[in-house]
Design a protein around this ligand. Structure first.
Ligand SMILES: [Zn+2]
Ligand SMILES: [Zn+2]
Length: 335
């Protein structure tokens, strides 16, 4: 079966691999759509700290069921979305239901081979029925669930002022779910086209472009109070540090993006606000279900999908799928 493999940083090729056999209690899946994101770019460029090569990328996955165990809730041909965070089920995080931050987590396409191939066999618990969703929608559930999870962490109340820094796909996902929870959402980013995307397709209340006078604008939008909840989706340590000053007194700061360096902040500034500082990692099954409900209700703009490519063309064209300057928001690979 056709498989795209990243043999080493910068080196993608197609190989032919044997089709997997369905394991006990597993569902054999035919991959249909693979979303591409910043994580894949980091793997390709060699900037993913926990990765060994060669690796098959692909963690934003839509598939159809090829073969299910007898008596399972799946039938051949069902459209499904995949939870790519393979959790252990027995660590303290898993026992608390926090499978998204399992101590022994193995993420498909990162720690173990992912979905840039034709077939995968996975335990049933990581496969979700995507009834009523298109294959394109099913492939978008994972990155949107990361946004939904971050928003759930912050427990936004209707009418609260929300700031999302970084208007890439994850930031846009956060903005969508913050708005669905009744938040009054402002987007902050350096790219005018991304801010325009937020205004046009997500109906964000306001947008601020990074640069001279941005702090004054953020202050003006909130009557000088700043934001009840601030979400960082920048992937940039300096931006994360600056974000502490955008939090209102009594507010919450959620770090969605991850950087490999330390971050520092002023303790007096942090304390005088009694800031709640939260990390947000991956997503849980409940977050995936919430995203699928939002899709069925028509609350997720299809405009998020801007580019697509066939799997066999990925080694040649990968860079085109990850280039924000080319207007990429979310690119899908078709198998
Ligand atoms: Zn991703
Ligand atoms: Zn675990």
């Amino acid at each position: 079966m056709l498989t795209v493999i990243c043999e080493a940083p910068g080196k993608l090729s197609t190989i032919d691999r044997p089709k997997p056999l369905r394991g006990e209690g597993e569902v054999l899946l035919k991959l249909r759509r693979i979303g591409v994101c910043g994580t894949d770019l980091h793997i390709f460029t060699g900037n993913q700290p926990y990765l060994s090569y060669p690796r098959v990328m692909g963690h934003e996955l839509a598939a159809t069921v090829e073969e299910a165990p007898a008596g399972s809730r799946f039938a051949a041909g069902d459209t499904v979305s995949i939870i790519p965070y393979i959790s252990c089920g027995h660590c303290s995080a898993c026992l608390k239901g926090r499978t998204n931050c399992c101590r022994n987590i193995g993420v498909l396409g990162v720690h173990r081979d992912g979905g840039m191939t034709e077939y995968l066999s996975l335990p049933e618990e990581f496969v979700l029925k995507a009834d009523g969703l298109s294959l394109d929608q099913a492939a978008m559930v994972e990155f949107l669930a990361i946004g939904a999870h971050a928003v759930a962490r912050a427990r936004i109340e209707p009418g609260q002022k929300v700031l999302v820094t970084g208007a890439g796909p994850i930031g846009l996902a956060v903005a969508i779910f913050a708005k669905l929870d009744g938040g009054d959402v402002t987007l902050l980013d350096g790219r005018a086209d991304r801010l325009e995307f937020g205004r046009r397709h997500l109906g964000t209340t306001s947008t601020v472009q990074l640069g001279n006078g941005d702090l004054e604008q953020l202050s003006a939008i909130t009557g000088g109070d700043f934001f009840d909840a601030v979400f960082d989706a920048t992937g940039n340590a300096k931006a994360i540090e600056r974000g502490f000053s955008f939090v209102a007194h009594g507010g919450t700061y959620v770090l969605v993006s991850i950087v490999s360096s330390d971050i520092t902040f002023s303790d007096p500034e942090f304390h005088k606000r009694e800031t709640s500082l939260l990390g947000s990692r991956n997503a849980t099954r409940a977050d995936f279900e919430q995203v699928m409900q939002a899709m069925r209700a028509g609350n997720i703009p299809e405009a998020l999908i801007t580019h697509r490519m066939m799997l066999r063309d990925v080694p040649e064209g990968f860079r085109k799928l990850t280039d924000p300057a080319a207007g990429v928001v979310k690119a899908l690979v078709e198998v």
